[in-house]
Structure formats: C-alpha cells, structure tokens
Design a protein around this ligand. Structure first.
Ligand code: BGC
Length: 353
C-alpha cells in the first residue's frame, strides 16, 4: 500500500512510497485512510527538525491529523465497518507516570509518551491504518468532508478546558477573548469561543485572502494592527495564542484584563532573543492575578468535546478552512506554503489519488 513517509532527521525526505500493510499488533480496527491534515509539526518533521521513527527502523509513516473509514472491526468493539473515525495521537508512557495512569496522557510527566506520526509510532498517512478501538473516536457521518479538522479541534478543546479550569479558581465570567493568529488552530479556537457565547476577536497580519472573511462570518471581529495595540484596546479576559511568535506573546501578555488567562499553544523555535520588560510583565501578572499557561496535545475527553463542537458547527464554514486538497500521489505539494492557505489536506483515495 502507499504511505507518506519521512526519514526522520533528514530534510526533504518526505515521499509517497510503497510500504507493507499495517501490522495487526498496531490495533484491531482496520481503517481506510480518507484524508490527512498537514500542520506545522509535520513541516518541522519534514525539515528533519523534529520527530522519531519507531525504534530501530526508518522511515516513519507521517501524519497525525487523520480521517478514515472503518473497513474491519472486531465484534463488540463499539465500531462497525463504514464508521467515520479519527485516531488519537498520543499513547501513555510505559511506566506509566501518574497522569498517564489516569488517562491524562496529554499531561505526561516523564516525556516517555509516544505519538502516532510524530514520536516513535507510525502515523496515519497511509491507504490503510490500524488503531486500537480505545484510541479511535467516531465522528458524525455528516462530517466526511471536514472531519479531518478533528485533531486540531482537540488541541483547542483542551486549551479552552484548561482556561476554564484555571479561571474556576475564583469568580470567572469571561466576556472578551483575543485569539492571536488566524491559522486553522486559531480559527477553530475562535469557533469554540463563539460557541461559548463570548465576544471573540482574532488578530493576524494579513489583510487579504480568506482569513478576514472567515473571522467575520464566524461572528467574530478581525484585527490586523500590531498585537500590543490590539491587546491594549481590547483588554481581553482570555487569550488563546497559537502563533508561537515571541513578540506577539509578550505584547499580548502585558495587556490582558485583571484575572486574565492566557493559553499558549504555539510550538515556537528556540534560540530567538527578545528584549522584554521582565519586571513590567512580572508586576502585571502579580498585581492582576493573571495566569499564562502552556497546553499541548489532547486526551480522550478532549476528542469527545471536539467531536461535539464539530457536529454543531457550520459545515460550510468548516469546509472553507480547507483551502487546498492535494492527492497522496502529489503529497510533497502539501508541504510548500501558499499565501492563501489556511488548512492543507492530503486526500487518500485508496488506489485513485
Ligand atoms: C500535535 C500534538 C502533539 C504535538 C507535539 C502537535 O502538532 O497536534 O498532538 O502532541 O504536536 O508533538
């Protein structure tokens, strides 16, 4: 069968190649791949900067933003052939640490977790893949065209849950949220904010292309001024940050409302230095009981939250987030950026794509 593979650590080694069908040991559910989302992490792996293949062998089958249709399901596992499913990305560490032992593998304490398509486990970028029924999540059948947005939605479902849990340490009725960036993660974060009835603002640099319209059609407000100006004007109760750009992070951090909660989800490149008023930031956080927290990955609870959020979202709007679909045979094109891109998806149409 064909798969999207990469020699980890080697820039430019992403290929669509023939690989053996997945080993039954990788899960009882046999799934036909339909689509695969490409994100910043995949691009980092493609550049050889991140990721690891299963121990002792290369290449790694890439892909963690999955969508597939069940071909074979063992009796009594809760799935049936034809079901639309996505596979969960992370697996608990083998020790396991206290968090992993409690199903909170997204909060793993010892870093020995594994991740499909990222860290030590083959991903979902293949014509057929297998997954353990306990790590598969069924999607509303009506979501076939957009269900590939599920994994990024889990990331922001977790981010929102974290914000609300942190906020719940005292009286918390947030009204205004600022989402920094207008990529797929940010737009999905904004969608979850709108679903919560909040006054949602999204900040990005661009003034053209699909992003401004996607924001306004969501019922949110689009901004393209510098981050410090926008944040100072809005004084948001909640910030969801996904650009990972240091300047945006610190400019925004300084201007949250009192008791502001800022959730960082962008994985940035280390080694870039900024000059910041550290005392000023510290003073603001202390005097206003502000919180800045990091959030990565998602556990099964967040997958269920994401499935519910997608099921009640406007499917046409979700469809507009996918600005490019590239067949598996031309997958390399999905790794080049186009200024009009929001989400690029690789389609896997078993035998034809
Ligand atoms: C994925 C997460 C993963 C993280 C770090 C992200 O792109 O969405 O599931 O935990 O990368 O590997």
């Amino acid at each position: 069968m064909r798969a999207l593979t990469v020699e980890t650590g080697r820039n430019g080694s992403v290929r669509t190649t023939e690989v053996p069908e997945p080993d039954v040991e990788t899960g009882d559910l046999l799934v036909e791949g339909l689509a695969l989302g490409v994100c910043g992490t995949d691009k980092e792996i493609a550049r050889g900067e991140y990721g690891s293949a299963p121990p002792g062998r290369e290449p790694l089958v890439l892909g963690h933003e999955s969508l597939g249709r069940v071909r074979h399901a063992p009796d009594g596992c809760g799935f049936s052939p034809g079901d639309l499913v996505v596979g969960v990305v992370r697996r608990p560490d083998p020790v396991p640490c206290g968090a992993c032992a409690r199903g909170e593998f997204d909060m793993c304490r010892n870093g020995r977790y594994t991740e499909r398509g990222i860290k030590d486990l083959d991903g979902y970028g293949s014509e057929l893949w297998r997954v353990e029924p306990d790590y598969a999540v069924a999607l509303d059948p009506a979501l076939e065209q957009v269900g590939v947005l599920m994994e990024p939605t889990t990331i922001v479902a977790k981010a929102w849950e974290q914000v609300e849990r942190v906020g719940a340490r005292a009286w918390f009725e947030p009204r205004r949220v600022l989402v920094t960036g207008a990529g797929p993660i940010e737009l999905l974060a904004a969608m979850l904010g709108v679903q919560r009835g909040l006054d949602v603002h999204v900040l990005d640099r661009v003034t053209e292309g699909p992003k401004p319209g996607l924001v306004t059609d969501l019922g949110a407000t689009y901004h393209h001024d510098p981050a410090d100006e926008v944040a100072a004007r809005l004084e948001p109760d909640v910030v969801i940050e996904a650009t990972g750009a240091g300047q945006v992070v610190f400019d925004t951090m300084a201007h949250t409302a009192a008791y502001g909660v800022m959730c960082l989800t962008g994985v940035s490149t280390a080694g870039r230095h900024l000059s910041v008023d550290a005392g000023g930031v510290n003073r603001e956080l202390v005097l206003e009981n502000d919180v800045v927290l990091g959030s990565v990955n998602a556990n099964l609870r967040h997958y269920r939250q994401a499935a519910d959020a997608l099921a009640k979202a406007d499917r046409d709007w979700l469809g507009r987030l996918i600005t490019r679909r590239v067949p598996l045979s031309r997958a390399a094109e999905a790794f080049t950026s186009d200024s009009g891109d929001v989400k690029v998806v690789i389609t896997i149409d078993n035998g034809n794509g």
